[in-house]
Write a protein that binds this ligand. Structure first.
Ligand code: ATP
Ligand code: MG
Length: 394
């Protein structure tokens, strides 16, 4: 049966009061941009719900499930606030389902309607049973639930609510720089920070010719996937070869990994400054590898002026993998290409580096020169999740 519209629900409104409008307007705008690829879009904001009048099809529904801020979406029918119209529509839905068990679940958001929720359940249940004897009522575990939502502007009927990603609309809470490797963790960390409303700019370090174009394609695909959830996303591809060579030649081998991390942090800080970003996001997880002991995190963090957000800090690897499978990044992440971090890695990296020793070893590097040289050969790419396929060099 054709549906009249898509009803979208949002959960927590980030902070209350004036922010409510900001939240709803941003959510509506993100929805409009997400659906624009399908043609003309008509979205309406009603109290506590967002109604999508156009487009109404399964692709639109799938796209909406990926919009942060929405908790569920339904294809729905709307009829005037008149009990006989509501009954007719409920019966039509029941007849289309055929046989088995059903229940009516009414919710009266508009208290001015003449029937309360139990009253609507009774009226509609009796009507359906009378005219569709192949269906019987089962209030505990029915095959079909006909949901009715009474609102001032009309009665909405639908049978299922598909879960959406939840969270807050992207852009709601500010900007951050995401350190995006080609691994499993950082795309998940990026996704989780976007889920909390952050707009991220991704920063990736690569070391040509030691890392391949295929490795770079993998990172671009990961960034495209994230853009699919958050709209426009800039990806900065930063050359790391000279920096890594300089570290290998001039610094203590056991400290090379931590010094590399600190160089990444310096670049991230600089980019954050340029982009007006207030945080840096990484895929670090406590104790997962040598560079993620608390000592290592402390030594890297010592350089950061902005908060470093680590959404995965307490996750087990299995939990991260499950999340990566859910969001669709896992299959991309496991493509077997070298990351710059696997190059020049010492046999025995220092598990518990001391800040003083790391700083002493770094004095052998001309850090400003290395950072400036790398920046001149770096690339910027704009990926457009709202208009897939549209990409620009910045
Ligand atoms: P991931 O799966 O995200 O690569 P990991 O388990 O391999 O993480 P590390 O290699 O210690 O862990 O990296 C820790 C974090 O540092 C990553 O999650 C990412 O945020 C950042 N990072 C590592 N390599 C790069 C890179 N080449 N470019 C940008 N960021 C990186
Ligand atoms: Mg990695």
């Amino acid at each position: 049966m054709n549906c009249d519209l898509i009803m979208a629900r949002y959960g927590e409104i980030a902070l209350k009061g004036r922010n409510r409008y900001q939240f709803e307007d941003l959510l509506v705008s993100n929805i409009e941009k997400t659906l624009a690829r399908f043609g003309p879009v008509k979205v309406e904001k009603v109290y506590g719900r967002i109604l999508i009048h156009q487009p109404v099809h399964d692709e639109a529904l799938s796209a909406l499930k990926q919009v942060f801020g929405l908790v569920s979406v339904s294809r729905a029918h709307v009829v005037p606030l008149d009990i006989s119209c509501i009954k007719d529509k409920a019966l039509a839905l029941a007849t289309a389902h055929g046989q088995g068990t059903f229940k009516i679940q009414a919710r009266r958001a508009y208290k001015g309607f003449g029937y309360d929720s139990p009253g609507i359940n009774r009226e509609l249940g009796t009507h359906v049973q009378k005219h569709c004897p192949s269906l019987t009522v089962d209030v505990h575990d029915p095959d079909l639930i006909i949901r009715v939502e009474i609102r001032q502007e009309g009665a909405y009927l639908f049978s299922s609510a598909l879960p959406a990603v939840g969270g807050l609309p992207v852009g709601m809470t500010g900007r951050a720089i995401l350190l995006l490797s080609g691994g499993i963790d950082s795309p998940v960390a990026g996704w989780m920070s976007m889920k909390r409303g952050l707009k991220v700019t991704a920063l990736h370090f690569h070391s040509p010719p030691f890392t391949s174009d295929a490795a770079l394609d993998k990172v671009k695909d990961l960034a495209r996937l994230l853009a699919g959830y958050g709209g426009r996303l800039a990806l900065h591809l930063h050359h790391f070869t000279e920096i890594q060579k300089a570290i290998a030649e001039n610094c203590r081998p056991q400290l090379s990994v931590i010094i590399m991390r600190r160089m990444m942090m310096r670049v991230a800080e600089k980019l954050a400054e340029q982009e007006d970003a207030l945080a840096i996001v990484t895929g670090e997880c406590l104790g997962q590898v040598a560079s993620q002991t608390l000592e290592s995190i402390y030594v890297t963090n010592a350089l950061a002026r902005r908060p470093v957000l680590r959404p995965l800090i307490a996750f087990d690897k299995r939990e991260i993998i499950d999340r990566a499978l859910d969001i669709g990044s896992y299959d991309i992440s496991i493509r077997p290409y070298d990351d710059c971090c696997t190059l020049f890695v010492p046999k025995h990296p220092q598990l518990f580096p001391r800040l003083q020793k790391v700083e002493d070893s770094e004095r052998n590097l001309d850090i400003p020169r290395l950072l400036a040289a790398a920046e001149t050969v770096s690339q910027r790419l704009l990926l457009d999740g709202w208009d897939p396929g549209h990409e620009e060099h910045l």
